[in-house]
Write a protein that binds this ligand. Structure first.
Ligand code: MCA
Ligand code: AMP
Length: 503
């Protein structure tokens, strides 16, 4: 039997001396070198008892070694569980407890704090630091490459990515080999990637955008990847000449536009700028075209579905739309709360079906049944319409979600914590417009009886539990929260009232 993802994506270039990762220090990792690293890592996974179907959790800085863990997992048939480096130990305890990985690979600085959490979840701990060192790497260096590739079918799991839920509990989206491969094939083809490309990669590698969209497309097409640990405007500006493509969240583009060095001349070698993960303002699209002559290609995806729709490579890229369904993907609009399909131009729930759609939520069959219909359509929670030209417009969200700088923040997760704090009667967390991040988190708190709580104390209490990007930029005490006749807090009214509260 073959290994569906490995054989199509990692295998074909595993003996190639062509560059894969171009590193900030001027170094290069070839495809062959990457495959050899992954094979050594696979030996370590196996010696740690990782078998087919076992989860491997990874919370580590963005390095070639961290990226190779993805390839190593696929080689041994393990399921990668990539975790945001900003997550706190409290957040990690939930993910590890839920996913029960065999192994946690984490930064050595977190080892002491995470070891007991990992032990409770039944996971061994090895470390990987931001220079590629650590106990994991020491074992890798001492291991011979494990050349056997585990057989894996198209429906076998490749990764579990946690995505927060409207109830506040994160859900593990189970992604199969074919979910990833089919989507990467569609994107590489549509966006015309080839081994003549050099992609600037400044996204994190613990989310779909940076890990699957950018890396899988590059692996399939043989594109070289300029691999940066994070988005740094000076490094990106310096990398643009000689590169051909960039994938980013809208914040990348607003930051580039804020920089006078972004000119037509600077981008002379570039053929494609892709944006996704959050809405790109039409104004940003237009300003970018006016400055560079390039129309940013906006596409739409989700952790559960990979990419669903894209503006075309050839043809009209329409600002404010996310384009047409990818080949092989069906998109329909339904009346929210029912399965009645709406007509062209009517706004409703965006539903998606295709080989890209995930296998369900890890150990949450009821949640899966709520969002994934028996006929294979997934309810995205996004509201939209399809126009006469077949382009999808996202016009809002049914789910209560904030997207800041491309990171998703579910208000419920913060509200649940605030509501439990001393002196708090209730709270509402909203997103308000933010020039850099698109949206920023604001918390509105109604005090209970007795001494009102100090906003600073509430924020400090949140900070020990939640990743930094989820922290409210402002917390305000209010007398009451506006409610509709059903008693539901009217977040739209709050968003309007507090739109300018960050000043
Ligand atoms: C950093 N901070 C943030 C964010 N990023 N706060 C809220 N939201 C954020 N996204 C905090 C930092 O901890 C820091 O806190 C302060 O804000 C300033 O940080 P700064 O240096 O300005 O930020 P940065 O390090 O430059 O990061 C901004 C960023 C980054 C480049 C936009 O957040 C980023 O790379 N975002 C991409 C996320 C992504 O890949 N999303 C794809 C998800 P302090 O006050 O302590 O200094 S996949 C997805 O959505 C679907 C599937 C799809 O369609 O792609
Ligand atoms: P997640 O799966 O958690 O990474 O986030 C997916 C969500 O991001 C989608 O359901 C949308 O709400 C949002 N999203 C992704 N791409 C776009 C886009 N191009 N425009 C607007 N929203 C987007």
């Amino acid at each position: 039997m073959t290994n569906h993802l490995h054989d199509a994506m990692f295998g074909p270039r595993s003996a190639s001396p062509a560059p894969f990762l171009l590193l900030p220090d001027g170094g290069t990792l070839t495809h062959e070198g990457f495959a050899e690293l992954a094979a050594r890592q696979a030996a370590v996974l196996i010696s740690a008892g990782v078998q087919k179907g076992d989860r491997v959790a990874l919370q580590a800085a963005k390095t070639p070694e961290a990226l190779a863990v993805y390839a190593a997992c696929i080689r041994v048939g393990a399921v990668l569980l990539p975790l945001n480096t900003a997550y706190t130990p409290t957040e990690l305890a939930y993910f590890l407890g839920d996913a029960e990985p065999k192994l946690l690979i984490c930064d050595p600085r977190s080892e002491a704090e995470l070891a007991p959490i990992a032990e409770t979840a039944g996971a061994q701990v090895l470390t990987l630091d931001s220079t590629g060192g650590g106990s994991f790497s020491a074992r890798v260096a001492a291991s011979a490459p494990h050349q056997t590739i585990a057989p894996c079918a198209p429906d076998d799991l490749a990764a579990i990515l946690y995505t927060s839920g409207t109830t506040g509990r994160s859900k593990g989206a189970m992604l199969s080999h074919d979910n990833l491969l089919s989507n990467a094939r569609a994107l590489a083809d549509l966006w015309q990637f080839s081994d003549a490309d050099t992609l600037i990669h400044a996204l994190p590698i613990f989310h779909t955008h940076g890990l699957f969209v950018a890396i899988n497309v590059s692996l399939l097409s043989g594109a070289a990847v300029r691999f940066f640990p994070k988005f740094d405007i000076d490094e990106i500006i310096a990398a643009i000449p000689g590169s051909t493509s960039l994938m980013g969240v809208p914040t990348f583009y607003t930051r580039l536009l804020d920089d006078p060095r972004l000119t037509r001349d600077l981008v002379a070698s570039m053929r494609l700028f892709v944006s996704g993960s959050a809405p790109l303002l039409a104004a940003t699209h237009e300003a970018f075209e006016a400055r560079t002559g390039h129309r940013i290609l906006e596409r739409y995806g989700m952790t559960e579905t990979n990419m669903n729709a894209s503006n075309p490579y050839e043809g009209a890229r329409i600002a404010g739309t996310v384009g047409q369904p990818l080949p092989g993907v069906e998109i329909r609009i339904t009346e929210p709360g029912s399965d009645s399909v709406l007509g062209q131009g009517e706004t409703g729930m965006i539903e998606v079906r295709g080989p890209n759609v995930f296998q369900g939520y890890w150990r949450m069959p009821e949640k899966t049944a709520e969002e994934l219909r028996e006929d294979g359509f997934f309810l995205t929670g996004d509201l939209g319409l399809i126009d006469a030209a077949g382009y999808l417009h996202i016009v809002g969200r049914q789910k209560d979600l904030i997207i800041a700088g491309g990171y998703n923040i579910y208000p419920k997760e913060i509200e649940v914590l605030l509501d439990e704090m001393d002196g708090v009667a209730e709270s509402a967390v909203i997103g308000v417009p933010h020039p850099d991040l698109g949206e920023a988190v604001v918390a509105l708190v109604v005090a209970g009886d007795g001494t009102p709580p100090e906003p600073e104390a509430l924020l400090a209490a949140l900070s020990s539990q939640l990743a930094r990007f989820k922290h409210p930029r402002k917390l305000l005490l209010v007398d009451s929260l506006p409610r509709n006749t059903m008693g539901k807090v009217q977040k739209n009214a709050l968003r309007d009232s507090y739109a300018d509260c960050l000043g």
